[in-house]
Design a protein around this ligand. Sequence first.
Ligand SMILES: [Zn+2]
Length: 228
Amino acid sequence: MPGKTAQPDPGRSITSPETELEMVYQSRIRQIAVLLLALSCAAPDVFAANFSRVVIDAGHGGHDRGAGFSHTYEKHLALDVARRLDVYLRSQGINTTLTRKRDAFVPLSRRVEISHAAGEAIFISIHFNYARRRSASGIETFYNARNINSQKLAHMVQSAALYKTRARNRGVKHARFHVLAKNRQPAILLECAFLTNSSDRHRALDPSYRQKMAEAVAMAIIKFRSSG
Ligand SMILES: [Zn+2]
């Protein structure tokens, strides 16, 4: 190695103990460097901007109605936002996969399988909220802590949704919901509004609000793709 001060003894044909020790030491440094390089290549950030598909997951479906109030059911509203998001993303040239296209029950484990089968993908789960306290309102986004890019994506989606709708900000949170906790992809779950809050419910029933939510999510996805 250039710059080293220790000189080998020219009278000796075998390696001195000091040189042997140095060789072991340098070999160790090389091993650590290779390990660090491998770890940096495996870091999720490298993957962030390279997703080629968006898996859109409309929450609930079939006999699983999700949150409900009077005759308003989460499963219908979530599917509507999912379809709008699908149309918008495809119009922007982004490939999509829906975990359900109609009012059908899809087990949570199947939704994760669909996400993993999509390869380099991000996973967006659409929901509407419920609370015993009727005053609870606003938008919140949950993320999968297994993948560091999930949090980044969640913040982008939450910001875009608030910007578009001017709804109350309930924040970005980590959660261990099945479709997030079992998912290896960047994965988020968006709660668009509270069906138990009268003001939120009226907004949720307005197609223009659902369109705004879909466009906000799409805008955030496009920004996420270019941020990597
Ligand atoms: Zn739900």
